[in-house]
Design a protein around this ligand. Structure first.
Ligand code: GDP
Ligand code: ZN
Length: 311
């Protein structure tokens, strides 16, 4: 091991575990240190863009001054959505380990959107699950969700209103970083408040850290969960539509397409029109759910259109 270079008087700071970005709002936000303490940060220069879940190295000039982020540790993954501006992908969170697609009987589920979320989760290396919310009024999950359980994707019946099912969902997230996604009105905010009771308080903390109080509603926040782990939330990600993946990657985002696809004659089989395609044969034989396959087809078409537009 090399001795510390002369002048490394600051080595105690370097030895501290990276802090995690728990609120991000433009160039300001809040860091959580490994010991649980929080401190506001500032970003110097224009080169860094941090998002919730980022692990960062920082320095503080004087006690009580905002931390200055020096660098971002390599990200395990990035959650990307299509931004409103030209439909380009925008990173909204980093190092997400668990993605929960929240659904309910009402608003009516859109299973194609569900499949896009789950595809995005698989491609980024996050575990995916479905939460069937409002079970207090709707009863058990709709029959259309059975294929997901068969594919190994957990389906949690929950009720934000009564708390039923929440311990199982909470245990599944464990010490990880989760995110609740899904259509507007399915109960994501209600579930967040039920799972992370301090959520409102942290939002107040962000207004303190911000110069521009009027912008605080757009801050993204990583809310701590009691007992460890956290849930990412921001108005901008709640109803987000995932970025369209590379065409060649999509088959890995659909677990069953990836599995059967290994037996196709062509290694670059698109599983759409080729002969001797194990995926199309599995659909015909009833071994792949035809609706899931239709989801795959639609996403492949979207990706082709997106590629034609240059992104
Ligand atoms: P979001 O748009 O996904 O964040 O959904 P909200 O959390 O704002 O909830 C939308 C509506 O569904 C609100 O009127 C909630 O009161 C209601 N809601 C949320 N969770 C439940 C639940 O578990 N049971 C019932 N009955 N209603 C719920
Ligand atoms: Zn094929």
């Amino acid at each position: 091991m090399k001795p510390a270079p002369a002048g490394a008087a600051d080595s105690s700071k370097g030895a501290e575990a990276p802090a995690v970005v728990v609120a991000a709002h433009g160039r300001r936000g809040i860091l959580a240190r490994a010991d649980g303490s929080r401190l506001p940060y500032l970003i110097r220069g224009r080169q860094l863009r941090v998002v919730c879940g980022d692990r960062v190295r920082f320095t503080t000039a004087t006690p009580g001054a905002p931390a200055v982020i020096d660098r971002i540790e390599p990200r395990d993954n990035e959650l990307q959505r299509l931004s409103g501006h030209g439909g380009r992908p925008e990173t909204i969170a980093a190092n997400v380990t668990h993605l929960v697609v929240v659904m309910a009987a009402l608003p009516q589920p859109d299973l194609y959107l569900t499949d896009r979320y789950l595809c995005a989760a698989r491609l980024m290396g996050a575990a995916g699950a479905l939460a069937w919310n409002k079970a207090d009024v709707a009863g058990p999950p709709m029959a259309g969700l059975a294929p997901y359980e068969a594919l190994g994707c957990p389906v949690w019946p929950v009720s934000a209103a009564t708390g039923d099912g929440l311990p199982a969902l909470r245990a599944w997230i464990g010490a990880g970083t989760g995110i609740l996604v899904g259509q507007s009105g399915v109960g994501k905010s209600s579930l967040l408040n039920a799972l992370a009771p301090g959520a409102g308080a942290l939002t107040g903390e962000i207004s303190l850290a911000s110069d521009e109080g009027r912008h605080t509603t757009t801050a993204s926040v990583l809310h701590p969960l009691p007992g460890g782990g956290g849930l990412v939330d921001t108005p901008g990600v709640r109803d987000f539509v995932p970025a369209i993946p590379e065409r060649a990657a999509i088959s890995s985002g659909f677990v069953e397409v990836g599995e059967f696809g290994r037996q196709c004659r062509f290694t670059d089989c698109s599983h759409l029109r080729e002969d001797h395609c194990a995926v199309q044969e599995a659909v015909a034989a009833g071994r792949i759910d035809p609706r899931r396959y239709e989801s795959y087809r639609r996403l492949m078409n979207l990706a082709r259109q997106a590629a034609g537009r240059g992104y």
